[in-house]
Ligand binder design. Structure first.
Ligand SMILES: [Zn+2]
Length: 84
């Protein structure tokens, strides 16, 4: 696997696949995610698909790149949305 490089400063001090935490002050930390509803207008059973947000962080300049693990599944839900 090729070493990751920062797109901003070319540093190779990249910390890959870090999780992004929300509500750190509570007992129940939550990881940030991307969510797409297949049926946004439904009251229940919206057919939501969630992908955990992963961050590649540069240890040199602080640049952050977000990725998701299963972009194709997310795209599938996105392309099947109703009333969009
Ligand atoms: Zn950098």
């Amino acid at each position: 696997m090729a070493a990751l490089k920062c797109p901003r400063c070319d540093s190779e001090n990249i910390m890959p696949n870090l999780t992004v935490v929300d509500r750190v002050e509570t007992m129940h930390d939550d990881y940030l995610a991307i969510e797409i509803d297949r049926k946004p207008d439904a009251l229940v059973f919206k057919g939501s698909h969630r992908e955990l947000l992963r961050a590649n962080v540069c240890g040199e300049c602080g640049n952050v790149d977000f990725t998701v693990d299963n972009p194709k599944e997310l795209w599938e839900t996105y392309s099947q949305r109703e009333n969009s």
